[in-house]
Design a protein around this ligand. Structure first.
Ligand code: SF4
Length: 280
C-alpha cells in the first residue's frame, strides 16, 4: 500500500511508515476473536453463534463507543493478508453460523486480499459503521456475503460532534444504497442470512427526530429494507449521559410501523445492559 484511500477519511498516508485517522498500520490487527458469539441479531448469530473477529482501530471516533479500548486505543495481534487467510481456514467453520467481521472498514484492501476466492461453508458478514466509500463497497462485495452496516445519523452537526464525521449521512447513505444494489435480495438458510443486507440503527437519547429522518430515508430509498432498530445505548462517557427513554423508543417503533418498515428486529429494553458488551 503506497497511500491509503481505503475509507472516506482519504488520509493518503503510507501505512508502512505512518498512521492515518484510524491509527492502524498496514497489517490487519485483530483485537479479539469470540467463538460462537450470540449477541448479534438472530439471523447473524444463528443457532451456533458467529465466529466474531473484532478489529483494532476505527475510521470513526464515536464518543459513545462501547469498544473504545480497541477502537480508540488499539491493541491486538497483527496479521498479513496471507496469515489472516490461514487463521480463518484454521477453524472448523461448520461449528459457526457466520464469520462476523466487526469494524473492518479501515482494513478493506487487506481483507479483500486475504479473503478473495475462498469458498466457505458459512457467510462472511461485513459488520461496519456505514462510513465507507462506494467504490470500496463494490470491491468488498466480492468477499462479503452479507452487509451489516450501521446507519447512524442524518444531521451533520450531530455526526460531527459525536463521531467526528460531519459528512456521515452523505457518505453512509450512498454506501447503504450501494450495498442493497449489490445484494438486492435477502436469502436465508435455516434462519441465517446467507446473502443480503441488514441495516442497523441505534436510537440515541434525545435524538428521536434524527432517527425518524434516517427511517424515512430508508423507506424512500432502499428496496426491501431489512432493519435492526436498536435501543441499547449505554452512556459510557461522552456527550450523552443517559439511556434512551422507553417513550422515545416507542415513538420510533410506531413511526417505523407507520412507514411500513416491519421487516427486521427490535430490541428489548433489557438489552441496554453492560453485560451485552464483550469484555476486552
Ligand atoms: S483506512 Fe485509515 S489511513 Fe486509510 S484513509 Fe481510512 S482512516 Fe485514513
Amino acid at each position: 500500500m503506497e497511500k491509503c484511500f481505503d475509507c472516506p477519511r482519504n488520509c493518503g498516508v503510507d501505512r508502512e511508515k505512518t498512521i492515518g485517522f484510524c491509527k492502524e498500520p498496514n497489517k490487519i490487527r485483530v483485537a479479539k476473536i469470540i467463538e460462537n458469539f450470540m449477541w448479534e441479531e438472530p439471523c447473524i448469530s444463528g443457532d451456533k453463534g458467529a465466529l466474531a473477529i473484532f478489529f483494532s482501530g476505527c475510521n470513526l471516533k464515536c464518543s459513545f463507543c462501547q469498544n473504545k479500548e480497541i477502537s480508540h486505543i488499539g491493541k491486538g495481534e497483527f496479521y498479513t493478508p496471507a496469515q489472516f487467510r490461514e487463521l480463518i481456514l484454521s477453524y472448523d467453520l461448520t461449528k459457526f453460523s457466520s464469520i462476523d467481521l466487526v469494524t473492518p472498514t479501515h482494513f478493506s484492501s487487506l481483507l479483500i486480499e486475504a479473503l478473495s476466492g475462498l469458498n466457505l461453508p458459512i457467510p462472511i458478514v461485513w459488520n461496519s459503521s456505514g462510513y465507507e466509500k462506494v467504490d470500496m463497497i463494490e470491491k468488498v462485495a466480492s468477499i462479503a456475503d452479507v452487509f451489516l452496516p450501521d446507519f447512524k445519523y442524518f444531521d451533520s452537526s450531530l455526526a460531527l460532534s459525536l463521531s467526528k464525521a460531519g459528512d456521515y449521512f452523505e457518505i453512509a447513505s450512498r454506501a447503504v444504497c450501494k450495498m442493497r444494489q449489490l445484494k438486492p435480495n435477502n436469502i436465508f438458510k435455516e434462519g441465517v442470512l446467507v446473502e443480503g443486507v441488514l441495516i442497523r440503527h441505534l436510537a440515541l437519547p434525545g435524538q428521536v427526530n434524527d432517527s425518524k429522518k434516517i427511517l424515512a430515508f430508508i423507506k424512500e430509498n432502499i428496496k426491501n429494507p431489512y432493519i435492526s432498530l436498536m435501543s441499547q445505548f449505554i452512556p459510557l462517557g461522552g456527550q450523552i449521559d443517559r439511556r434512551l427513554y422507553p417513550l422515545e423508543y416507542k415513538s420510533l417503533l410506531s413511526y417505523a410501523s407507520k412507514l411500513g418498515l416491519n421487516d427486521g428486529y427490535i430490541q428489548d429494553f433489557e438489552s441496554a445492559d453492560e453485560s451485552f458488551i464483550p469484555d476486552f
